[in-house]
Ligand binder design. Structure first.
Ligand code: DGL
Length: 249
């Protein structure tokens, strides 16, 4: 049985967890929400790397055989360092899904919603550089999205107003594909899709990340599918926020 460690700045990584349990339903999951330090979006890379190390140690103590960095911001800031410092541990990271968006657009404009930390990271800029000769990439920070999800406000007037403020500029630029480049954002997907309308495709990379995790476990010879399923939720902050989103998964 594999022990799958997952972490995020908060509850957002549960959007990856819910895809993981679909492809790997018989494993033991340990989830760590760094809610006391959420959001990561505006924090320094140095700070996020320190937290990522601490959480990695915690998850390894819990027996994790693979660690899913279910946070685009933490992946951008810390995954290279984590892979260097823990060469025996398989890490799976998150990155805005620019490639499928570039392949799917008809207008030639793709919109990326992510945190400030992700959008300025060299990891993202390198990926974007592979496609921005062929398609126009427009970006916006999902301002206030993380806070909404942590408060459990996933729909209604406040969610709609907040989402519209960041999404509308991308739609106005002609984007017909919107990439959700932060793991919190899929919890606002119904609002995002309603505002974007039926002609706009919304991409959440979590299902692809779940399949990648399965491949990595197989490659490392970790036994999977033996059960029983279990999940442990840990939070450095208010556990109620995490529980609220977990119950939706
Ligand atoms: N869920 C995170 C991400 O994927 C981080 C959001 C934040 O803490 O700012 O980027």
């Amino acid at each position: 049985m594999a022990v799958i460690g997952i972490f995020d700045s908060g509850s957002g990584g549960l959007s990856v967890y819910r895809e993981l349990v679909k492809v790997l339903p018989q494993e033991r999951y340990v989830y760590y929400s760094d809610a006391a330090n959420c959001p990561y979006g505006e924090k320094s890379a140095l700070f996020i790397r320190r937290r990522a190390r601490f959480i990695t140690e915690f998850l390894l103590d819990k027996g994790a055989g693979v660690i899913v960095v279910a946070c685009n911001t933490a992946t951008a800031a810390a995954i290279t360092t984590l892979r260097q410092e823990y060469p025996d541990v398989p890490f799976v990271g998150m990155e805005p899904a620019v490639k499928p968006a570039a392949l799917g657009t008809k207008t030639g404009v793709i919109g990326v919603l992510a945190t400030a930390g992700t959008l300025k990271a060299s990891k993202y800029l390198n990926t974007r550089g592979l496609y921005d000769a062929d398609v126009r990439v427009v970006e916006h920070v999902g301002q206030g999205f993380v806070e909404l999800v942590e408060k459990g406000i996933l729909d209604g007037p406040e969610a709609e107003e907040t989402v519209r403020a960041s999404l509308q500029p991308l739609l106005d630029a002609g984007a017909d594909v919107i990439v959700l480049g932060c793991t919190h954002y899929p919890f606002l997907r119904p609002v995002i899709e309603r505002i974007a309308g039926p002609g706009v495709q919304v991409i959440d990379p979590a299902p692809a990340v779940a399949r990648q995790t399965q491949r990595l476990l197989e490659k490392h010879g970790v036994s999977i599918g033996l059960g029983p399923f279990s999940v442990e939720l840990h939070s450095s902050g208010d556990p109620a926020a995490l529980k609220r989103i977990y119950e939706l998964c």
